[in-house]
Design a protein around this ligand. Structure first.
Ligand code: SAH
Length: 261
């Protein structure tokens, strides 16, 4: 019987940030196809000795699916290991469709996205009561164009948290879009490179005006998350609207209000 392909989110880089389920699958995998340099450590750390491990860096999509299909004829568990969460900029559906067409079963195991690892590294929150309750995960157009209505300028007009992937080399374009949407020159921006990578993480804090210069000075030009948000720096604000979740006058499913209404 043909094996099954598991698309596993490896998390942002620190091998400890893969899920328990993902790790168990790696431990029983007969073959692992991992996505470039970002996740090789998890693959080699947790895979059995006789596991066939291959980097997909130089493979086309067709070669990757052919490799996965071939491996399922020999192994019960085949893992495609992807950075962060497989559902974000991971070409997931492009890979699952040929598997379905070949009659091969597949499933997805979610992972910790670099958006969340970057916020965690910087000690920032992506939402804050009465400031913003919305997070937009996006990118600026590179080789992949942005669908209509999704250009950064239009999204930034919402004044919500923006987690901008795949765009560190286009920081000038991020600046242009935020300015065009009316963000102030002193709006805070944080860039996190290699979030969660032991010994390699860099956190650059700046403003719309100076973030590009700071990133250049620190030589941050790849593998970085840009977070622009009205919540940034809230740890140091003098006043803060209180989260309803922990407000003593607010009852919810797990906790009764201590204040009578
Ligand atoms: N599926 C991944 C995203 C893949 S796209 C996820 O959920 O995180 C690749 C982009 O993700 C990079 O250009 C960068 O913007 C971001 N990225 C991936 N790993 C990162 C890390 N450890 N630190 C900061 N950004 C990272």
């Amino acid at each position: 019987m043909a094996g099954k392909v598991w698309f596993v989110g490896a998390g942002p880089g620190d091998p400890d940030l893969i899920t328990v389920k993902g790790r168990k699958l790696l431990e029983q995998a007969g073959a692992i196809l991992y996505a470039g340099s970002l996740v090789d450590q998890a693959a080699t750390l947790f895979a059995p000795d006789d596991c066939e491990i291959r980097d997909s860096k130089d493979m086309t999509l067709e070669e990757m699916t052919a490799w996965l299909v071939d491996q399922t004829s020999r192994h019960g568990t085949v893992v495609r290991l992807q950075t962060g969460d497989p559902g974000l900029y991971g070409a997931l559906i492009e890979m699952t469709r040929p598997l379905t067409a070949a009659g091969i079963e597949w499933s997805v195991v979610p992972g910790v996205s670099s958006a969340f690892a970057s916020a965690a590294a910087a000690g920032e929150t992506l939402t804050l009561p009465e400031v913003t309750q919305t997070v937009i995960l996006t990118r600026v157009a590179g080789r992949t164009p942005m669908p209509e209505g999704e250009d950064l300028e239009a999204l930034a007009a919402h004044r919500t948290t923006l987690c901008i992937f795949l765009s560190i080399t286009l920081l000038h374009e991020v600046q242009r879009a935020l300015r065009a949407a009316g963000w102030a020159e002193d709006a805070p921006i944080v860039v996190v490179q290699k979030a969660s990578w032991p010994g390699e993480e860099k956190i650059i804090r700046g403003t719309l005006a100076d973030i590009k210069k700071k990133c250049q000075e620190q030589k941050v030009g790849a593998q970085a998350m840009i977070i622009a948000s009205p919540t940034l720096g809230a740890a140091d604000w003098e006043t803060l609207a209180r989260s309803k979740l922990y407000d003593p006058s607010f009852s919810h499913r797990f906790r009764r209000s201590s204040v009578s209404e």
